[in-house]
Design a protein around this ligand. Structure first.
Ligand code: SF4
Length: 401
């Protein structure tokens, strides 16, 4: 496709993949499934003249159907799934003496930064794939088989992301199998907006539609993935129950200390008598600060300060992603998008990932146990030492497992 210059110096080119999306949609014998990330439903509104933070979920679903996508699903479903796996991994590490802190792995720009600049610390990364890359194998190997009676390569999977780095993530070879890449194409919010406009679809006046089932249902925990601190908060809601076997009270599920738009936010949460120290950082500058501290603590033989570290490369998280409508430096727009996600969470009847009945069914019918064999096959990944850009030899998983 053509390239659109987004950088004043011309050094950074954004690839436009909308042509490839149109080609996939034109293949009538091959159903196309699409997933939209949490931050998309609030980000896209500005492209259509709506106020920043306006919640456009039902209209985006309707627009995607009008564009010809056969199944419109939600990355949120996979965000709930991520929490099931990541909370389980954290609790295992906590109770069985594993590597702590656990570091979140949803943001491909951060993962790449860690692999290239802090390869000695990749063992702390959660082995969970990002929601995008958990969703696609579930669509391809579970939904296509069970519901459509199709083989994994007889369907296409497209993702709509707030992010440019997700285009690189889908190209990671380990996120696929038997020569089939899990996600065919990752588009940004701006690319989707371009497609909607070029098709002459009037998004503002579309009748709202619901996601298709069963990969379209999610709890509020999934929505807040799109804003800094949200993954951490969602993980705590489930990790608490995993450890204590009790539910957090309704007025205790909002972890306010990790909300807000400061670069680094920390809190201590008591879970069954253990003080769990958590921190959420957004921007790679803040990530570097935390990683330098962690490295220094390890070198000095000290116990690392935190149990859980969440890192998002974009200041404020995915609501401020590189694939979102341009803010021209207006951070208030980013805050408004984040506020929109917290409203969606608050209005959901279920707000903890482990309450999602469709996720429970997925484990019963397909995945088996959390952290089990199939979960590892489809939902987890491994990392590489990329400090030497010329060598791909140092597969960290071979050293640590
Ligand atoms: Fe992409 Fe930015 Fe979100 Fe990371 S924080 S996943 S780079 S949009």
């Amino acid at each position: 496709g053509q390239c659109i210059n987004v950088c004043p110096t011309g050094a950074l080119l954004e690839k436009d993949n909308t042509d490839e999306a149109w080609s996939l949609l034109a293949q009538k014998e091959k159903p196309v499934m699409v997933q939209i990330a949490p931050a998309v439903r609030v980000g896209i509104s500005e492209e259509f003249g709506l106020k920043p933070g306006t919640i456009s979920t039902g209209k985006v679903v309707a627009a995607l159907k009008a564009l010809g996508f056969d199944y419109v699903f939600d990355t949120n479903f996979a965000a709930d799934l991520t929490i099931m796996e990541e909370a389980n991994e954290f609790v295992n590490r906590l109770t069985k003496g594993g590597d702590l802190p656990i570091m979140t792995s949803c943001c491909p720009a951060w993962v790449n930064f860690c692999e290239s600049q802090y390869p000695d610390l990749t063992k702390y990364l959660s082995t969970c794939r990002s929601p995008q890359s958990m969703f696609s194998p579930i669509a391809r190997y579970y939904f296509a088989d069970k519901v459509l009676d199709k083989k994994p390569d007889e369907v296409s999977v497209v993702s709509i992301m707030p992010c440019v780095a997700k285009k690189y993530e889908v190209k990671r070879e380990e996120l696929g199998q038997d020569g089939i890449i899990d996600t065919d194409l990752s588009l940004t919010v701006r690319e989707l907006a371009r497609m909607i406009k070029s098709a002459g679809i009037d998004l503002e006046n579309l009748e709202e539609e619901n996601f298709d089932s069963p990969l379209g249902y999610s709890t509020g925990a999934a929505d807040i993935f799109g804003v800094t601190g949200g993954v951490l908060e969602a993980a705590l809601r489930t990790a608490y129950t995993d450890v204590t076997k009790e539910e957090l009270p309704d007025d205790g599920i909002e972890f306010k200390a990790v909300r807000g738009f400061e670069g680094i936010k920390e809190a201590t949460v008591n879970i069954a008598g253990t003080d769990v120290n958590v921190v959420a950082a957004s921007s790679l500058g803040c990530a570097r600060k935390l990683m330098d501290e962690l490295r220094a603590d390890i070198a000095a033989g000290k116990t690392p300060k935190y149990h859980i570290i969440e890192i998002m490369a974009c200041p404020g998280g995915c609501v401020n992603g590189g694939g979102q409508p341009f803010t021209n430096g207006d951070y208030e727009k980013v805050k408004a998008r984040g506020a929109g996600l917290y409203v969606i969470d608050k209005n959901k009847s279920q707000r903890k990932s482990h309450e999602n009945e469709d996720i429970k069914k997925l484990y019963d019918e397909f995945l088996g146990e959390r952290g089990g064999h199939n979960a590892h096959k489809y939902l987890h990944t491994h990392y590489f030492d990329k400090s030497n850009p010329y060598s791909k030899k140092n597969d960290v998983s071979l050293q640590t497992n």
